[in-house]
Design a protein around this ligand. Structure first.
Ligand code: SF4
Length: 127
């Protein structure tokens, strides 16, 4: 199971980013969210929502095997991670982020908090 998004419904409000950073870091900071909303204007004229689909590419490139899968969710072990950023560079949807306040890259842990709070139901779970 992983997070998916119907970008055609996105209004660009970025509540999802707020919820993500609030839940994980107790602050409103879109730079600390594990998903992204890109404004694609003037053409094609819509927002594009990028989310982690738990593909595991991050785990496959980590040189110290700090990322492992449990029940389909890839989690970073802070004790092993060196912060090298290889996973961030390799993420196909570019939704892993380095931030100075976080000892490990910010990555979706499928907490699902963003899903019900998106007013236009952009975010949903997929098997
Ligand atoms: S930043 Fe951490 S988790 Fe990512 S590749 Fe480097 S060691 Fe692995």
């Amino acid at each position: 199971m992983y997070l998916d998004a119907d970008s055609s419904k996105c209004t660009g409000c970025r509540v999802c980013l707020t919820v993500c950073s609030l839940y994980h870091f107790k602050e409103v900071n879109p730079k600390k969210a594990a998903l992204a909303v890109d404004a694609k204007f003037p053409k094609p004229g819509h927002y594009e929502v990028r989310v982690c689909n738990q593909c595991g590419t991050c785990a496959s490139v980590c040189p110290v095997e700090a990322i492992s899968e449990k029940s389909g969710i890839y989690i970073i072990d802070a004790d092993k991670c060196t912060g090298c950023g290889e996973c961030v560079k390799a993420c196909p949807t570019q939704v892993m982020f380095l931030h100075e306040d976080s000892p490990v890259p910010i990555k979706c842990d499928l907490c699902k908090e963003c899903i019900p709070l998106c007013g236009t139901k952009v975010l949903f779970l997929k098997d």
